[in-house]
Design a binder for this molecule. Sequence first.
Ligand SMILES: CC(C)(COP(=O)(O)OP(=O)(O)OC[C@H]1O[C@@H](n2cnc3c(N)ncnc32)[C@H](O)[C@@H]1OP(=O)(O)O)[C@@H](O)C(=O)NCCC(=O)NCCS
Length: 182
Amino acid sequence: MQIEEKQIVINGQNIILRSPGRQDAKSFSEVRDITYRETYFLARYPEETDFTAEAAEAMISDIAERREEFLIGAFRKKQMIGCVMVLKEGNHIKFRHKAVIGIFILQKYCGMGLGRQLMEYAIENARKTELEQLKLGVFDDNVAAIRLYEKLGFREWGREPHAFKLKDGSYRDEIQMVLFLS
Ligand SMILES: CC(C)(COP(=O)(O)OP(=O)(O)OC[C@H]1O[C@@H](n2cnc3c(N)ncnc32)[C@H](O)[C@@H]1OP(=O)(O)O)[C@@H](O)C(=O)NCCC(=O)NCCS
């Protein structure tokens, strides 16, 4: 699904929110790579990801063809600086009413309101589809993300104890949250 372009201003800078095209594959793969190195709040360690520009291009083309799934990139001067993804867990009939939402932003653009704008635009677009709910999982110590999701109306429905084990041997619970769209 393609998302209409929207211009916003973050910290005095013009940022475009739009679906990435195939020409953005390299930028998409780079921003994902950097974010994996900047934070442990994503599901994998950087060495476990192999999101090459080719893989990014394939993903962009694939998702553009799907009816209710989408990517929204935040672009500054053609460089992607963050991205929100709305993806289904599968296309089984019983799962078709819901999708998983995920977001990542380069650290230097965090804390300026971009996360909120990206999430709000994704929710607005999800509401135009047949989707009835957006769900997500978040590390229990990811305070910024949890606050953001709560402000947008997501509510906690479950918690998986010790869902993540970090390299230092410490554990994090996963908080599972949902937003009903109607
Ligand atoms: C989580 C993330 C998307 C938030 O985006 P952001 O652009 O930093 O967030 P915003 O500036 O839009 O802030 C939105 C709300 O989050 C909360 N927030 C943001 N940064 C915070 C911080 N450091 N501490 C506490 N709350 C914070 C605030 O409540 C804020 O609301 P307000 O604008 O009314 O004050 C971003 O930090 C990120 O990409 N982190 C790395 C990857 C990640 O953790 N992804 C989520 C995995 S589930």
